[in-house]
Write a protein that binds this ligand. Sequence first.
Ligand code: BDP
Length: 333
Amino acid sequence: MSLLSKPRRRGLLGAVAAAALSLMAFAPAPVAAQEWRGWNIHAADYPNGRGMDRFAELVGQRTNNRIRMRTFHSAQLGQQDEAIQQMRLGTIDFANFNLSPLNNLAPSTAILTLPFLFRDVGHSHRVVDGAIGEDIARDLEAIGIITLAWYDAGARSLYTTRPVRAPADVRGMKIRVQTSDLWIDIMRAMGANPTPLPFGEVFTSLQSGVIDGAENNWPSYESTRHFEVAKFYTTTEHSNVPEILAISRQRWQRLNEAERAILRDAARESAVFQRQLWAEREKSSRDRVVAGGATVIEVADRGPWQAVMEPVYAKYASTPRMADLLKRIRETR
Ligand code: BDP
């Protein structure tokens, strides 16, 4: 005969089951591998795409694949304005963003978009990698975007279907800009007729004559094949707006300190890699567009282009915060 009567035994089993259940309730959920979605506007072999892939690879290695990242290249997940919204909602986890489409949402980003701001690439690195970059990153965090590192994007210049040598030549031309009020004002200051369009629509708009030109760096001018439809590239080098490698705040909030450190380090390492690739690509892209039939119009004196930007500075660097950022940028040695 059993030592325990039946009801007693059932009671004990019940207690064991209850204890197991309560343990389950308090034990941490098993750590499932996370699959993160990354947005990139460029092709996979562009320096930025390769930088993002390096970032993903390092994070995978260092978290034993607990965080698995996959980058969707070539704007498969939409154009940048949509991608920004998706990151804020948490449906895109990481991305490489140009700052310009963030200007209206986080106004301090506009300071880095301003024309003729940086003395050279070294100056821009010291600004974004230091305290000024951190200040701007805080404003981006407030809108749901965590900046992990800064990528290079070189100098942007005008390219058009008719030759442009001086600001007077651009008067009345329809020039595509990114979606940013500041860019509309920059183009107006040049005397052009600004036309905001997503990056992916520029080629067909040039082809069909909806616009007469656009502006971008050598690698984008080349990779998009815009040089085939807008053959004149005038080296105005009017803006060196940098880019960020960012993750969604929704993800960031769920990471522990160790994971955050892994992400930051991997992002910074990917930026070192991207910047190196960038410098090489700027040169090879220039060679490729020239070989492909583009005409480069060298601007020997940027003075007249710079002079027309005065109203832009007056409008965007006049609040105490923006004036202070500008002063600190100029004082950065
Ligand atoms: C490229 C940037 C990309 C922008 C694009 C544009 O890398 O992020 O979307 O310019 O002009 O240089 O839209």
